[in-house]
Design a protein around this ligand. Structure first.
Ligand SMILES: Cc1cc2nc3c(=O)[nH]c(=O)nc-3n(C[C@H](O)[C@H](O)[C@H](O)COP(=O)(O)OP(=O)(O)OC[C@H]3O[C@@H](n4cnc5c(N)ncnc54)[C@H](O)[C@@H]3O)c2cc1C
Length: 300
C-alpha cells in the first residue's frame, strides 16, 4: 500500500477501504479484494481522480456490480463505487435527473409516482442509472436509449462534459463511456405523461415475469451472454446440452440457460471457466460464437 496515497484519500472521503472484498460488491458474490475502494460523493470524484494521477494509481468505476465478474486475485489500484452517496433524483415536468448512483428501481418508482411512462421496462433491472447508461440496459422491448436525453460525464483529466444522446452512442449493450474512460455523474431522462396506476401495474407485471423466468434466488449477473443476432443465447446453450452444466459451484441455471449462477461458493475462476467451456461447446454445436455481456475486471 502507498501510505501517502491512502492518507490523502482518507482526507477526501471517510468512505474508503483497503483490501475490500469485491464479492461483497458484486451480484455474483465472487471476486478477490480491491487494493483501495471508495464510495464518494459527487464533488469528491474529480479530487480522487486528481490524486490517482499524482500517485499513478490505476482506477475504475463500478455501480451496483450487477454486470461484473471480478477475478479471484482482485483489483490492483482503486475501485470507485458510484452508489448511495450519489443517488439524488429530481423531477421537472416530463424529465427526471438522477445522479449516477441512484438505483434504476428507485428512479422507476419516482417516474411511476409522477405519472411518467417509458421506463417500466427498467424497474426490475438491478443496477444503478449510471451503469444502465453505460450498458444501454434494456428489457421487454425497452432500452435506455429511448429515454435518455443527456448525461454529465467526467473525463479522465477531471473535466465535466455534457453528452447528448447522439454523443453517448448507445447501441446494444454499448455506449462510448468505457472506451473514453468517462465517468457518468448524472443522467437526464425524458419520459411521457401517463397514468400512475397503470404504470405501477405494468412494472409489477414485469417484475412478476422476471421472478417466474429468472433464477433470482441465486447470485448471478443476469444474462451472461449477449443475444447473438438471430438467436437466443439460452436456447443455443440448451441445444448444446448444457442446461445445468457445472464447474464447481458455478452452474448454467436449470430455470434459464442464459444465466450462469453461483450455487454457493463459486470462485470467479470457476465462473470464468464455465463461461469459456460453454462458449467452446456452443460454437462446436451451432457455429455461433457467444460473446459475454458480463464485464471482466481484475486479475484471474
Ligand atoms: C438478476 C439480474 C437481472 C438482470 N437483468 C437485466 C436486464 O433485464 N437487462 C439488462 O440490460 N441488464 C440486466 N442485468 C445486468 C445489469 O443489471 C445491468 O447491466 C446494469 O445496467 C448494470 O448496472 P450496475 O450499476 O450494476 O453496473 P456495474 O455492473 O457496476 O458496471 C457495469 C459497467 O458499467 C461501468 N460503470 C458503472 N457505473 C458507471 C459510471 N457511473 N460511470 C462510468 N462507468 C460506469 C462499469 O465500469 C462496468 O463496465 C441483470 C443483472 C442481474 C443480476
Amino acid at each position: 500500500m502507498k501510505e501517502s496515497f491512502w492518507e490523502e484519500l482518507r482526507k477526501i472521503t471517510e468512505h474508503c477501504f483497503a483490501e475490500e472484498k469485491m464479492s461483497g460488491h458484486t451480484t455474483f458474490h465472487a471476486g478477490g479484494p480491491a487494493e483501495y475502494y471508495v464510495r464518494p460523493k459527487r464533488m469528491q470524484v474529480a479530487k480522487i481522480l486528481s490524486l490517482c494521477r499524482t500517485y499513478a494509481i490505476p482506477w475504475l468505476v463500478i455501480g451496483n456490480g450487477s454486470n461484473l465478474l471480478v477475478g479471484d486475485k482482485g483489483i490492483k489500484g482503486l475501485v470507485i463505487e458510484l452508489g448511495r452517496e450519489m443517488s439524488q433524483i429530481t423531477t421537472e415536468g416530463n424529465s427526471i435527473k438522477a445522479e449516477a448512483g441512484a438505483m434504476l428501481s428507485s428512479v422507476a418508482r419516482v417516474a411511476a409516482e409522477q405519472g411518467l411512462t417509458g421506463m417500466e421496462f427498467a424497474s426490475g433491472i438491478p443496477g444503478t442509472i449510471g451503469g444502465a447508461v453505460v450498458m444501454n440496459a434494456g428489457a421487454y422491448g425497452g432500452e435506455m436509449k429511448r429515454i435518455v436525453n443527456k448525461a454529465t460525464v467526467l473525463t479522465p483529466e477531471g473535466e465535466e462534459k455534457e453528452l447528448n444522446l447522439q454523443e453517448l452512442q448507445l447501441g446494444y449493450r454499448h455506449s462510448c463511456i468505457p472506451e473514453n474512460d468517462y465517468i457518468v455523474l448524472d443522467t437526464e431522462l425524458v419520459l411521457e405523461p401517463g397514468d400512475s396506476e397503470k404504470i405501477q401495474e405494468q412494472m409489477a407485471k414485469l417484475r412478476t415475469q422476471r421472478c417466474k423466468k429468472q433464477p433470482l434466488e441465486y447470485p448471478s449477473a443476469g444474462s451472461t451472454f449477449k443475444r447473438p443476432e438471430g438467436y437466443f443465447a439460452g436456447k443455443l446453450i440448451q441445444d448444446a446440452g448444457l442446461k445445468g452444466f457445472r464447474v464447481g459451484d458455478a452452474q448454467i441455471s436449470e430455470k434459464h440457460s442464459g444465466f450462469v449462477i453461483n450455487r454457493g461458493n463459486a470462485t470467479a475462476s470457476e465462473i470464468a471457466e464455465l463461461i469459456r467451456q460453454v462458449q467452446n461447446r456452443v460454437e462446436r454445436h451451432s457455429g455461433v460464437k457467444l460473446e459475454t455481456e458480463v464485464r471482466f475486471l481484475g486479475e484471474f
